[in-house]
Write a protein that binds this ligand. Structure first.
Ligand SMILES: [Zn+2]
Length: 225
């Protein structure tokens, strides 16, 4: 186990044909049914890391989770890609849960802490460095080998707030819809997800500075918080 497999693109296409045939053998209508349905309740925002396959580790089938991944699961408010995914998931698919999922031993987070020159990606990693700066004393008080994993957790918490600060999320709350943003961390060593207990489900969980006043007022009247 654990060895690196050398696979050609042709073998991947062959794998795909076997997979599709296997699905049809179990259920001849499998793809017809899937092609008509995309009604996921969940949006997953995770790291691009190849060891964290989103739908597999939470046991969901195609059609059940909408996925966005980037290096170190960051949600900047000027990232058209992330914003478009959140907008589509919240307004069109009407997901009820957004999962922000980091993972221990995240290369992006470790790179931010090391401060090495990696080229252009260093600009992306500034988002992680911002979280480090905001929690600098907490992190630097830890032994060196514990700092990266703590920054992984704090980054997840920060990105949960970033998602909640978007106009799309606050609009959903204003419409009286249930929408919770969760912060989880995946451990590559045991395959388990850990809930960090930093979930946000309404304006009351947001710092006043980030509340869009009219939307939060509507949410309050709609019976949310
Ligand atoms: Zn990562």
């Amino acid at each position: 186990m654990g060895g690196k497999r050398e696979l050609t693109p042709e073998q991947l296409l062959q794998n795909n044909r076997q997979w599709a045939a296997g699905k049809l053998a179990g259920n001849p209508g499998y793809f017809d049914q899937l092609a008509h349905v995309q009604k996921p309740d969940y949006l997953w925002i995770g790291c691009s890391d190849s060891r964290v396959p989103a739908s597999k580790i939470i046991g969901l089938r195609p059609g059940e989770v909408f996925v966005h991944r980037n290096i170190a699961n960051v949600v900047p408010h000027t990232d058209l890609n992330a914003l478009s995914v959140i907008q589509y998931a919240v307004e069109v698919l009407k997901v009820t849960h957004i999962l922000v999922v980091g993972h221990y031993h995240c290369g992006g987070v470790s790179a931010a802490l090391k401060g090495t020159d990696y080229g252009e990606i260093d600009n992306w990693l500034v988002h992680i460095k911002d979280v480090w700066r905001d929690n600098y004393d907490t992190i630097m008080a830890l032994p060196e080998d514990k700092r990266a994993d703590r920054l992984v957790e704090l980054n997840v918490a920060a990105q949960v707030h970033n998602v909640a600060r978007t106009s799309m999320v606050q609009t959903a709350w204003a419409e009286g819809r249930e929408l919770t943003i969760h912060g989880w961390v995946y451990d590559l060593h045991d395959g388990l997800l850990r809930d960090l207990g930093v979930a946000i489900s309404g304006c009351a969980d947001l710092h006043a500075a980030y509340r869009i006043r009219e939307l939060c007022e509507k949410a309050r009247k709609a019976g949310g918080s």
